[in-house]
Design a protein around this ligand. Structure first.
Ligand code: ZN
Length: 65
């Protein structure tokens, strides 16, 4: 279901360790997972003021669900 514009075999995702075609920063599942953790207050996102493309996420509570 990947479109040719987003599927890139040179990319790979840390979240989907066996899947190529997207990199970690554009992983929809990981984004969704992180957003859920943010919403639940389980994660703190620290964003550098000088580089908005870099997001350092700190997991406060471990939760694999
Ligand atoms: Zn992924």
């Amino acid at each position: 279901m990947y479109s040719s514009s987003t599927f890139d075999l040179s990319k790979n995702c840390a979240y989907h360790s066996n899947i190529q075609g997207h990199d970690t920063e554009e992983c929809p599942a990981l984004r969704n997972n992180i957003q859920n953790m943010i919403d639940k207050g389980k994660i703190i996102v620290q964003q550098g003021p000088l580089n908005h493309s870099t997001v350092d996420a700190v997991i406060v509570q471990g939760d694999t669900t």
